[in-house]
Design a protein around this ligand. Structure first.
Ligand code: PMP
Length: 282
């Protein structure tokens, strides 16, 4: 395997960043994950747009031109023989003696890795979620590498045998999963997902799903929903670059279906795969 670090393509095992990198010292950096499916980068534009936005919010300079980054991503997919899997990229504020304020002269660090990972296909069994208090900061719209609350939430999910942890704000409303956006379908067949303000990450998959919902004539609302509303919903699912649309059948100990994918989730998941197949055939 090959990793990209600051302009160099290195054997993965030898690739490293400096001990004084601010990503390591302060979680002073941002990242993106892009799915590769049938050799194609999925939703590339949205992910690169969001990377630029996250960097701008933290006043970290984009270390290279977007076209150059796009070429590196493609080269990493080829070098690592990725047909289906994930490309990960991280940009930090760079290396400087440890001190809280921004360094005057640090070059941003950029790291890219890529690996094969088989995704579940169109037909997928529904998964389960648990809920946990949302312990993150107030700017969840920035895709920062400060992922300790997410790691704690995921570990809690794993120990409970669940696929994902839905984080719940102080008012009892679900914000989003530890690494995914959260969705329900009400008994009136309305799709609901939280509005994309500073309380959640504006998922790129989320935006694609809203387009597919419109194209399929589904009603949808961008608003908060409580754990109780979710437990009384007709369907639930999560979305992310690595799961696309993943149906959920159980929330904490409340089953909302028999474990099969619901019709709305199925339509949206199919729409995603249709769009990805189309991209591969173009
Ligand atoms: N919310 C959080 C907190 C996430 O970490 C992710 C995945 N990175 C998502 C939502 C989903 O975003 P996307 O669809 O862009 O992968």
């Amino acid at each position: 395997r090959i990793a990209y670090v600051n302009g160099r393509y290195l054997p993965h095992a030898d690739a490293s960043v400096h001990v004084e990198d601010r990503g390591f010292q302060f979680a002073d950096g941002v990242y993106e994950v892009i799915a590769v499916y049938k050799d194609q980068l999925i939703d590339e534009k949205g992910h690169l747009d969001r990377l630029e936005r996250s960097l701008a919010e933290l006043r970290i300079a984009m270390p290279l031109a977007r076209t150059a980054l796009a070429q590196i991503l493609r080269r990493m997919v080829r070098l690592n023989l990725v047909r289906e899997g994930l490309v990960y990229m991280q940009v930090t504020r760079g290396v400087s003696p440890r001190d809280f304020p921004f360094p005057y002269a640090a070059m941003p660090t950029i790291v890219v890795t890529a690996r094969n990972k088989a995704f579940p296909g169109r037909e997928v069994k529904a998964a389960t979620v648990i809920t946990t208090p949302d312990q993150r900061w107030a700017r969840r719209d920035i895709k920062s590498v400060a992922l300790l609350p997410a790691a704690l939430a995921k570990q809690k999910a794993r120990e409970a045998g669940a696929f994902e942890a839905w984080q719940v704000d102080g008012d009892g409303f679900v914000t989003e999963g530890a690494s995914s956006n959260a969705w329900i379908v009400t008994k009136e067949n309305v799709i609901v997902t939280r509005a994309a303000d500073h309380n959640i990450l504006r998922g790129i998959t989320r935006m694609a799903i809203l387009d597919f919902a419109r194209e399929n004539g589904f009603k949808y609302e961008e608003r908060a929903f409580s754990v109780e509303e979710a437990q009384n919903a007709r369907e639930a699912f999560v979305s992310s670059a690595s799961t696309f649309v993943m149906p959920i059948w159980k929330i904490d100990n409340v089953a909302i279906s028999n474990g099969e994918m619901g019709p709305v989730a199925k339509t949206l998941r199919d729409a995603y795969f249709d769009a990805m197949d189309q991209l591969a055939n173009d």
